[in-house]
Design a protein around this ligand. Structure first.
Ligand code: ZN
Length: 202
């Protein structure tokens, strides 16, 4: 069922075909999804032991297909936090501060290319996400190692563009690329599984 999201996530439209008729509806949305690390929910927990077998964990994670995963810009692992940490009031940015930063970054992107970074593709992507030769090589090697698709490659570039915009920097640097790559946690995990199970990736 989740797989039907693939098309609208990519195109921002939903096409419904019934008999001789076909209608297209706008479907530009931001999807935020969460899943447990394993069926019991405790894999990687600092205190509670996970009860699942390796195979159960693998089967559970494989419910999300590679092509669907590819369409998410950011994958982030959120470790369990203790009650103490939850109660600790750290020096964090307020919502207003974050909003200002996001609006500035988005404004810079629209001013540069006429649209938010998520809409960059083809020639515009090449132009506005231009990389130094050494950075391009580094990214290509990282992608090969992670077994990432061309689609994921473009997402890494767009996210790096946004990270640079959030720092108010015009040129994408290797630090922006590395940070962008760090948001592909599930690609890394999938790759470890592929290597671990001795199955060749295609
Ligand atoms: Zn478990």
């Amino acid at each position: 069922m989740l797989e039907v999201l693939r098309e609208p996530m990519e195109s921002g439209e939903i096409v419904i075909s019934r008999a001789a008729q076909q209608t297209t509806f706008p479907a530009s949305f931001q999807l935020v999804a969460a899943m447990n690390p394993c069926p019991c929910g405790y894999a990687g927990h600092p205190q509670i032991a996970c009860q699942c077998t390796e195979q159960q964990v693998q089967r559970y994670r494989q419910k999300i297909s590679g092509p669907l995963l590819d369409r998410f810009d950011l994958h982030i692992e959120v470790p369990a936090i203790g009650l103490r940490e939850l109660q600790m009031q750290g020096a964090t940015d307020t919502t207003e501060q974050v909003r200002t930063r996001v609006e500035q970054a988005r404004g810079a992107a629209v001013e540069r290319s006429g649209a938010a970074n998520q809409y960059l593709s083809g020639g515009a992507l090449e132009q506005f996400c231009a990389l130094e030769e050494a950075d391009r090589l580094m990214l290509e090697q990282a992608l090969q190692k992670l077994g990432m698709s061309a689609r994921a490659y473009h997402r890494v570039l767009r996210v790096a563009r946004t990270i640079a915009d959030l720092s108010g920097v015009e040129k994408i640097s290797s630090a922006h690329l590395l940070e962008s790559l760090s948001f592909r946690a599930l690609d890394r995990r999938r790759m470890t599984q592929v290597i671990g199970s001795g199955v060749t990736s295609n």
